[in-house]
Design a protein around this ligand. Structure first.
Ligand code: SF4
Ligand code: SF4
Ligand code: SF4
Length: 264
């Protein structure tokens, strides 16, 4: 990837933060950074951020963060436009990277899910043309994927700073267990508690085990992990394969299936 931030001095890179189907939590992570974001605004030009700005550029952008997944034709149209307009496109958050909770629909009867959500199909937004819920990389080329529901502010700051410093951005890629070890948190598996940490990409500083709650997998899979081996480890600790598979559907079912785990 050519670093788009290699510009003549004094021209700030144009950055956009856009959203399709999602809950807005991933955008809020960025806006809640406050002081560090204000500092960053001295070095970037935030030309589009519809959640907090009234006037937004249509592009072109040097860097565009996209929150949310593709769940309708409208989402797809927006996504394709932003891809065309952006030198670097980032899938920001687990909806964008893995399809997240709406992706559960893939494992269930579509009509049953819609009936449960909308009571009856007339409750669907008028004119909305639903598509199978899918992560954005199923539709366009993504330059960087940063998962998390929501992701951590440090991952946003690190990516932007790496680009500003003309470095190749590095996305954190270790299991949650590594952060547990660093924080000297006693492993929950030892107490017979459920935890998916060995399968999941960290970056959250072992947030859930840190408060005595098992990791439920909101960052999605660590791609390099030996999944069958970890399943055996979890089973040896009393966590059935059936339960693990049920949990894996929640945030990144589609991705786990691509990695060879049969979830249906
Ligand atoms: S990844 Fe989580 S926080 Fe982000 S938009 Fe989706 S549901 Fe909301
Ligand atoms: S508590 Fe969970 S994340 Fe932490 S070391 Fe044990 S299995 Fe890994
Ligand atoms: S511990 Fe697991 S569920 Fe909790 S924030 Fe981290 S990745 Fe998400």
């Amino acid at each position: 990837m050519n670093n788009p931030f290699k510009k003549e001095e004094k021209i700030k890179p144009k950055v956009a933060i856009h959203s399709i189907t999602g809950c807005a939590g991933c955008q809020l992570v960025i806006y809640f950074i406050k002081d560090k974001l204000l500092e960053l605004l001295g070095e970037i030009d935030l030309v589009a951020a519809p959640m907090i700005k009234g006037k937004n550029d249509e592009g072109p952008y040097d860097l565009c963060f996209v929150e949310g997944l593709v769940a309708s034709e409208e989402d797809l149209e927006h996504l394709k436009k932003w891809r065309e307009q952006s030198k670097v496109l980032v899938a920001w958050g687990t909806c964008a990277t893995h399809g997240n909770v709406p992706g559960i629909k893939i494992f269930m009867d579509e009509k049953t899910v819609e009936a449960a959500v909308y009571k009856n199909r007339t409750g669907l937004k008028k004119g909305l043309k639903p598509l199978t819920p899918t992560p954005i990389e199923e539709h366009v080329k993504v330059d960087f994927s940063i998962s998390g529901c929501p992701p951590e502010e440090i991952e946003f700051l690190r990516l932007v700073k790496h680009l500003l410093l003309q470095m190749n951005p590095v996305i954190y890629n270790e299991p949650v267990c590594v952060e547990c070890t660093k924080r000297e948190i006693k492993c929950l598996l030892e107490d017979g508690k459920e935890c998916l940490g060995p399968l999941i990409r960290g970056g959250c500083d072992a947030l859930c085990p840190g408060v005595n709650h098992g990791c439920t997998g909101c960052h999605g899979p660590l791609e390099s992990v030996n999944i069958p081996q970890v399943m055996k480890l979890l089973e040896a600790n009393g966590i059935s394969e059936k339960l693990v598979k049920q949990r894996l559907q929640k945030y990144a079912g589609l991705k786990f299936e691509k990695l060879g785990v049969k979830l249906k």
